[in-house]
Write a protein that binds this ligand. Structure first.
Ligand code: EPU
Length: 426
């Protein structure tokens, strides 16, 4: 497996197409990344199908290989990982800086080898992203955590972690996943109180159980784990990406289109479906993995708050807000998960949007006639916000820094072209 994507690429988007057709949804980024880390918990093969073809998977794959794991890409977006050769417990800093998910190698390394070292993780600039929950979870499990500049080392005081009752200050997604992975090999029973309930956390719990772990309360705010001596290999089909699916649903609604989402995680999409319907779109759920979204000629304003699951996901806040620039009236959007996730407003203003950002609240007045210009993808979701805006703008929009989009959206331009969008990579 190689890690190489061109950071210099840009998209040129001609606005005005009405999207129609079918779009296949890929595997969930934030589930796949955690599951790749879980492969470090065993020396047997962990085979993951439906892993999205995105650069965050490449960079985490590279990190796992530098730890001594082997990775093989098989047909059908399948990745076979093997952690038998893992021979060191220090994650290389540049790769940890590539994305936040990479810090989740620490829980499995600490659980299996009694020690892990990593730099503070990178990721998008969307506000404070502490790792206190991860570290205090490790400490509760009997690890001693030391800090040397920006490097953290956790060592199991007794060689092996011990089960404990852990209260998480915040129901952090990666924090819960990391501590769960540490606890599955700990001696005795662990209770995680205030665990994140996001579907990607649930999915990791299910994979861990398939590997021989004993995790109960999957999807609940209190998770119970009986530690086991060892885990074995497993095969798993990664769930579909609810954020990617939501993004295409919004694209369909925003352009007045008619698009079928195939392989979508419909049971996990209540929040976005509710908001699309409130805005006037016709969302027809055909079954558990397929829905049709038909945009209406007039989009109504909608208020929403971005919240932990099952609320409207913070990762869909920017795309949904972008759609609301086309609504007739004022929408109020409150980002309540991250403290600085409205930076995309500045890019939308360049395109003619009428949005006032105050702290974590956006007041969006519409409908605005957006026009093509040069804008930047500031992070994955801010990037997709300007892309959605470009789809309905007059003329051509140039989007710089689209390597952010490649981090999280598999085959983005092929999928969009497949439903009639007019864009090219330059
Ligand atoms: N927080 C704390 N203390 C902690 C950890 C987090 O207060 O110790 C707070 C943060 O300050 C933030 C909130 O908790 O305000 C949410 O952070 P969380 O830790 O849950 O986020 P994360 O685990 O870093 C994951 C996803 C994000 C997604 C969030 C929320 C991965 C790799 N990343 O991040 O995905 O936005 O959960 O759902 O799973 C994306 O895909 O674009 C993305 C940013």
């Amino acid at each position: 497996m190689t890690f190489k994507r061109d950071r210099g690429d840009r998209f040129i988007v001609e606005g005005g197409a009405v999207l129609s057709g079918r779009v296949p949804i890929s595997g969930a980024k934030n589930a796949a990344l955690a599951m790749m880390c879980a492969s470090l918990l065993t020396d047997e093969d962990v085979t993951l199908a439906n892993v999205p073809d995105i650069s965050d998977v490449d960079s985490l794959g590279q990190l796992l290989m530098e730890l001594g794991a082997t990775l093989e890409r098989l047909p059908g977006d399948t990745l076979r990982l093997n952690g038998a050769g893992v021979d060191h417990v220090e994650a290389p800093a540049p790769l940890i800086a590539e994305n936040r998910a990479s810090f989740q190698v620490t829980g499995p390394l600490l659980a299996r080898f009694g020690e892990a070292t990593a730099a503070e993780p990178g990721g998008d600039s969307i506000g404070q992203r502490p790792i206190a929950v991860h570290l205090s979870g490790f400490e509760a499990l009997g690890a001693v955590v030391t800090r040397d500049g920006k490097r953290y080392t956790a060592k199991a005081a007794a060689g092996r972690l011990r089960g404990a009752r852990i209260f998480m200050d915040y129901a952090s997604v990666t924090g819960t996943q990391n501590v769960m992975m540490a606890a599955v090999l700990a001696e005795g029973h662990t209770t995680i109180v205030n665990a994140a309930t996001e579907p990607e956390v649930q999915e990791l719990g299910r994979l861990l159980n398939r590997m021989g772990a004993r995790v109960e309360g999957i999807g609940a705010q209190v998770v119970e784990i009986d530690g086991v001596e060892r885990l074995h290999g497993a095969s798993w089909h990664v769930m579909a990406d609810r954020i990617e699916a939501g993004t295409y649903a919004i694209a369909a609604a925003m352009t007045g289109g008619n698009v079928v989402l195939d392989d979508a995680p419909v049971p996990y999409m209540d929040a976005v479906v509710a908001k699309l319907r409130a805005a006037g779109a016709n969302v027809l759920v055909e079954n558990e993995c397929r829905m049709r979204v038909i945009g209406s000629a007039r989009i109504d304003p909608v208020n929403f708050q971005a919240l932990p699951y099952p609320g409207v996901p913070t990762d869909i806040q920017a795309p949904l807000a972008t759609m609301l620039t086309q609504a007739h009236g004022q929408s109020v959007v409150h980002e309540r998960v991250f403290d600085n996730r409205l930076l995309y407003i500045g890019e939308l203003l360049k395109m003619g949007a009428d949005i006032i950002g105050q702290g974590s609240v956006a007041y969006i007045n519409g409908p605005s006639s957006l026009h093509g210009t040069r804008v930047r993808a500031l992070d994955i979701r801010a990037g997709v916000a300007v892309l959605l805006a470009a789809l309905v703008a007059d003329g051509a929009t140039t989007i710089e820094d689209i390597y952010h989009l490649d981090r999280g959206y598999a085959h983005l331009e092929d999928k969009l072209r497949g439903i009639g969008a007019n864009l090219r990579r330059d």
